[in-house]
Design a protein around this ligand. Sequence first.
Ligand code: GDP
Ligand code: MG
Ligand code: K
Length: 272
Amino acid sequence: MTEKITVALAGNPNVGKTSIFNAITGSKQHVGNWPGVTVERKIGKKVHNDVMMEIVDLPGTYSLTAYSLDEIIARDFIIEEKPDVVVQVIDATNLERNMYLTTQLMELGVRLVIALNMTDLALAKGDNIDEKKMQEFLEVPVISTIGSKGNGIEGLLDAVTDELHKTRVTENVFNYDDQIEENVEKLGVILDSDPYFAHYPSRWFSLKLLEGDENIIKKARESDSYPEIQKILNQTDAETLEAKVADQRYKTIQTMLKQVCNINTCRLTGSD
Ligand code: GDP
Ligand code: MG
Ligand code: K
């Protein structure tokens, strides 16, 4: 019997998501809106390696915070609908910025496959990205694509179906300083012992609480464990923590970039 799965396409705006979506699904797509809002939702179908895939094109986002509707739609879909695989489409000419979303998808604990797109433009710029090393660093499959030409799509779909039968996933490529990790651990203990939170990846949820994510705090308030959670949050400062978490994510990204890029050409924009 054919296996049925859901595959979500995530990525920053203008990275080639829709091009890849079109290359995968051809004319088999349906355009509507996300429930309750006028943000366009595209769904398409594709059978590959005997797997029936429903492909969902998520709104383009730089992050998965609660600051914008697009970001909330994307993350709620991932958390509530639990797609079997998330494909993040990355603009290879802008790795550092694109990888910020990768850090968050990895923390959400999804089965992730990376489509390293715009590789034609990266090459033309002289950027030499070693996707094997990138794959080793992240422990996530990385497939080069040129979305506008439909190049690399077969390999991308193979990676998606291969992923289905692997045991899941490292979440801890991105580590934070001891103080943050300690609080993540304390909150994790509370979340793991309360069935209300069974649904959520607890490391991710803990970090979001510490970062003061309003949408997540609202969810936590409805649980019986909230007084305990609040005790920990009262001892921390969300604004400082949010900045620290972002800073430490970029540090890890830069460590990765040094390993995967030709150092002369793959420019680092942040502090070094
Ligand atoms: P989205 O906003 O992520 O859905 O991006 P689109 O699929 O709309 O693509 C944005 C632009 O980049 C379009 O003009 C595409 O034709 C172009 N594009 C997409 N993929 C590639 C690629 O791999 N190489 C090049 N050179 N252009 C691409
Ligand atoms: Mg698009
Ligand atoms: K959990």
